[in-house]
Design a protein around this ligand. Sequence first.
Ligand code: SAH
Ligand code: F3S
Length: 433
Amino acid sequence: MGKKLFIETLGCAMNVRDSEHMIAELGAHEDYELTTEAGEADLIIINTCSVREKPVHKLFSELGALNKSKKSGAKIGVAGCTASHLGKEIITRAPFVNFVLGARNVSKITEVIHRDKAVETQIDYDESQYAFKDFRSSPYKSFINISIGCDKQCTFCIVPHTRGEEVSIPAELVVAEARKSVARGAKEVFLLGQNVNNYGRRFSGAHEKINFTGLLRLVSEIEGLERIRFTSPHPLHMDDAFLEEFARNPKICKSMHMPLQSGSTELLRRMKRGYSKEWFLDRAKKLRSMIPDVSISTDIIVGFPGESENDFLDTLEVVGAVEFDQLFSFKYSPRPHTEASHYADTVDEELGSRRLAHLQDYHNAILDRRSGRMLGKEVVVYFEEAKENGFISGRSDNNLLVRVQGDASLLGTLRRVQIIHTSRLSYEGRLLG
Ligand code: SAH
Ligand code: F3S
């Protein structure tokens, strides 16, 4: 009988894909099947995130609880960014942990499970051309990595330390993955990287010159593929050619993530983001003028060292001007191995929390005001999930979460829908035709 695998995935879409890779390798080579019950698993993996400090603290209490409730003889592994960053310290602090597998080492999963106390966290390990076995959590869309690691040195961010140097995955492999997904029935691909529009700067072997705009064109030529999404692009690399391809190419979904981080040019400089408030506003304005219904989401950090009241007001000003459709906001969390963790002019914790609440209230008011704008409009929805009470939900091209009354035959189809009810984050529609 097959063994059972329980895997918990924290953090970003790249971690989701890393988990799929581990599930695929363990299924193909070790006969593991997934379970949602940690208590019945033979192997428990936590795929961790280390971008902020809180989840790292929580990890150890969670590990303790899992160790108590696990089946006798079950193994526990810690994978992902916290594994990269803490390495063998994890086993020192939680001696029952059987292995530690860094974010850039997931292809070694079938080996580490057989080596007790294995710690594999090699930061320059190159998995950019590893042929992972196939596992997809969704039949409707596929996550496809286009690069690993990150070459930026944003002064707040631990990711370059946990995922290492940026390496692009050869375009032909990306296209082959996308073709395979389409052949399997998926109509949407989600291209993934820490900094997707820096694509093509470095390959691990010789490769003809291609940038992200070129890759988007190539992928969009695949017959049967209807939708392309990607995350995350960097505002600095949003040149005209990229924005114009984004606007022009009908397969590219009209939803852009533009991680602002701060609206203050001075703070952006201290964060080493490489763009100014004006550049960001100009890029957002260009997008909105080319594509009136485009949705723009963002990430913002408040309470970064040195953030003055005026810096924070700059952030509010950009939020007010761009009217983001979705905002992910965080209080700054000092991280080891980052430049900003040495900055002396820290912002008081409580002030940081107040600013965070203020920013979120301000943005919620914008969402409340804007949500009505889609009322009566027609959108195309790709249906992916059956909900309660006879609803089926999916995403519009511009990333609105839309549900309609319908049955499971809608799943995996793209349908025209008219929006009949709107709220801050979800929409209800009726099928047209
Ligand atoms: N390029 C990545 C960014 C990873 S981190 C991506 O594609 O998703 C995701 C977000 O976490 C960042 O955009 C930033 O807003 C936030 N973040 C990163 N480091 C942080 C820190 N030290 N404190 C608070 N938030 C942080
Ligand atoms: Fe982090 Fe900046 Fe890269 S946020 S992942 S260092 S682009």
